[in-house]
Write a protein that binds this ligand. Structure first.
Ligand code: ADP
Ligand code: MG
Length: 697
């Protein structure tokens, strides 16, 4: 080797990897030696504990090794692949129902293979979808591939063709680990010893060559911790950056308008709303900028909380801005807040796309000279040209669509108003700590009194007529209905056509004697507004729509929602949609109409929806089914692309990491101490280019 391998060396310099194989690795994000070392096995196969086929016991997991006798594709009710292995003591059938074409090519009669899995009995011992590792061939005696616990690496067809099957990875990684100087430790030494964490080099060794399960688990724990620790460090620094600013505003008084508004509301605030308002009030009063997340399930009444906070700011002489994720929502907030605050002479305006240059100019100059006290809009509010005279409070509705970046952006503009972030997505605690670790959290955990739970039914196509019949019976009682179609980016055209066609058919046939409206994101915004208002005013009976109604839309007289192709929606999305009904005093129904066949995950989602309407339970389940990246859209959340940590299961490690990271920043806010040099270096490296915000201290 011409130069020593260091962590930032390109994989091309590894012996045996030329430009072509390096190209394959680049495709899966492996560019440097370090990337390769952090490419972890997907699973492990335990060959240290081989037993004989004759000793297999039903329902017990075990690993055997033997010679393949036959590979057969069996057709029948379910097509399956059966691989028969023998080891002299008996025979075992290994069965695949999925990816059969692919698996069929992996094995051939005569190969020696290790299989690992749980044993079932079906005309003799059998394993369904076992892990496997092919032993025969050039490596039959190489301990790298036949030793104790064998790592199995994630791979693709293309990678395998280039020699990167599990064995290929083992070979390369082994070579790297044995020929490079030990990697420098990335966690502070005192932290390592306090938690008895394994050192970094040792952890990497054990990830790729575990000597036993206990040490493998220790290695995993350390690496998970490290991953979560640096993320929390980022969040701790974010929080520090804001908290250190003394430029925050102290809103001294709660004025008479605020008192009057509370007394004039058509309802009594729930205890949860009162508690949350007290928390917000304290933050607003203190001289530090508020940075608070208000979490409350759909319908828990966040808007009125926001409105009261905004009025407090106004009564102290400041302007406030409310950002909503969609124009429809902005519009709706505008209607609500305008109605509530009009009586006090507060000037509330809506800033949105599609306004004439003159209208826009009026809004901008009104904000600039302080004439306008409250502005409501979408993310357009953080764009160029919007300047405030005296911005005191920013409320962001539906945080997960904005992400950490917008908040940071707001601060970058040199503005340090109080920030209240609201979300209806009940976020599991682990995820909240990850995404919003830099925020204080208030929770609305109580629904306004008198709400009836929404009855949820899972139906198939055969029930369509009965469903329409049911909707008609609700309409006859003077109620309204939503019919929702899916719309995803990849198939937007087709989806839009389906919704539009659904609208035409329904308005001409089944619901021809009712007023049917159509709402989708591609309509002009004033058209959308008109439709939405008409539905809210009861001038439309049936609203056919795509998911644009997902968040926030409030029409208490709507008592039934039919969701078409419910199998295509995510769980959180279904929950949000369902939250559009059950907002009034009448009992409501949500019908999930699914098209078959269903994937396992889709089945789990629908089953969960029918079983519970607890937003937190649903969020936990969603996290479990989909993983956090997908839950929040991977694109905005590079933060959540973990190599090894798993938010659904690593809660305790996350809590530890958070505590350590926050206390490090407490002690050494600029990460400047000598003993933290490596932490600083690692941190900057990790978030390089990700936020443009890596300045430490
Ligand atoms: P979300 O938290 O989903 O944004 P909203 O703020 O839209 O919920 O509130 C849902 C509905 O409940 C609205 O019609 C609102 O006026 C009403 N509401 C809010 N607070 C209360 C309360 N304390 N008692 C009764 N109804 C309330
Ligand atoms: Mg809302």
């Amino acid at each position: 080797m011409s130069r020593p391998l260091l962590t930032d060396t390109s994989v091309q310099y590894i012996k045996g990897i030329g430009p072509k194989r390096a190209g394959l690795l680049h495709k899966i994000g492996i560019e440097t030696v370090e990337d390769l070392l952090f490419y972890f096995p997907r699973r492990y196969l335990d060959r240290s504990n081989l037993i004989k086929i004759a000793q297999l016991k039903p329902d017990v997991s075990a690993t055997i090794a033997g010679r393949i006798y036959s590979v057969d594709m069996v057709s029948g009710r379910r097509k399956r692949l059966v691989v028969l292995v023998g080891d002299g003591s008996g025979f075992l059938s290994c069965v695949w129902f999925q990816a059969v074409q692919y698996v069929a090519k992996v094995f051939k009669a005569g190969d020696t293979v290790a299989f690992s899995g749980k044993v079932t009995v079906f005309r003799g011992p059998q394993m369904v979808h076992p892990e496997y590792d092919i032993i025969s061939g050039e490596n039959e005696t190489d301990p790298l591939h036949t030793g104790g616990i064998i790592p199995l690496y994630p791979s693709t067809e293309a990678l395998k063709k280039g020699g990167f099957d599990s064995r290929g990875f083992r070979r390369v990684i082994h070579q790297v680990l044995s020929s490079m100087p030990p990697m420098e430790e990335t966690l502070p030494l005192n932290l390592l010893s306090r938690h008895q964490f394994m050192a970094l080099c040792e952890s990497l060794q054990h990830m790729h060559y575990p000597s036993d399960w206990r040490r493998l688990r220790q290695a995993q724990t350390r690496l998970k911790f490290e991953e979560l620790f640096y993320l929390q460090l980022y969040l701790a620094l974010q929080r520090k950056m804001v908290a250190r600013e003394d430029k925050g505003i102290s809103f001294q008084r709660v004025g008479e308008y605020t008192r009057s508004l509370v007394s004039k509301l058509p309802f009594e605030l729930t205890a949860a709303q009162k508690r949350v308002l007290r928390e917000i009030r304290q933050d607003m009063k203190s001289g530090k900028p508020m940075n608070r997340l208000l979490q409350g399930d759909v319908g828990s009444g966040k808007t009125v909380v926001a409105c009261i906070a905004m009025l407090i700011a106004v009564e102290n002489g400041y302007q406030t801005a409310l950002m909503a994720p969609t124009e429809i929502l902005a519009e709706q907030h505008y209607l609500t807040i305008h109605t509530w605050l009009e009586q006090y002479g507060v000037r509330v305006v809506l800033l949105k796309g599609g306004q004439t240059a003159k209208e826009r100019q009026n809004v901008l100059s009104g904000l600039n000279d302080g004439e306008i006290q409250i502005v409501i809009g979408t993310h357009a509010l953080v764009q160029e040209g919007v300047e405030f005279d005296k911005l005191g409070l920013v409320v962001i509705d539906e945080q997960h669509r904005f992400g950490v970046l917008q908040r940071a952006f707001l601060r970058k503009k040199g503005i340090y108003p109080d920030v209240l972030v609201m979300t209806a997505t009940p976020i599991p605690r682990t995820l909240a700590l990850t995404l919003y670790g830099d925020l204080d959290v208030s929770i609305l955990d109580e629904m306004p009194a008198g709400r009836k739970p929404v009855r949820t039914a899972w139906r198939s196509e055969g029930k369509r007529d009965a469903i329409y019949e049911y909707i008609r019976s609700e309409l006859e009682k003077g109620r309204q209905a939503y019919i929702v179609y899916p719309l995803v980016e990849e198939s937007e055209k087709v989806d839009l056509a389906a919704a539009t066609e659904g609208y035409h058919t329904l308005s001409k046939s089944v619901f021809s004697d009712y007023r049917v409206g159509l709402l989708h994101g591609r309509m002009k915004s004033d058209e959308k507004d008109r439709t939405m208002r008409a539905f809210q005013a009861g001038d439309i009976d049936v609203l056919v729509s795509t998911t644009v109604i997902e968040v926030g839309v409030d029409a208490p007289n709507a008592t039934v929602m039919l969701i078409e192709h419910a199998e295509r929606f995510g769980l959180t999305q279904l929950h949000q949609l369902r939250g559009r009904v059950g907002r009034g005093s009448e009992a409501s129904t949500c019908i999930l109409l699914a098209q078959y066949p269903l994937s396992d995950d889709a089945g789990k989602r629908l089953e969960t929806m029918v079983r519970t309407d607890d937003g937190f339970e649903i969020a936990e389940k969603d996290l479990e089914i989909r993983g956090p990246g997908e839950l929040f859209g991977t694109r905005q959340h590079g933060l959540l692309n973990f190599k090894i940590a798993n938010l659904a299961t690593d809660g305790p490690i996350l809590e530890k990491a958070r505590k350590e990271a926050f206390s490090l920043i407490q002690d050494d806010p600029g990460i400047e101490r000598q003993e933290h040099a490596m932490v600083r270096h690692t941190y900057q490296n990790r978030y390089k280019g990700m936020f443009g915000l890596i300045e430490v201290g």
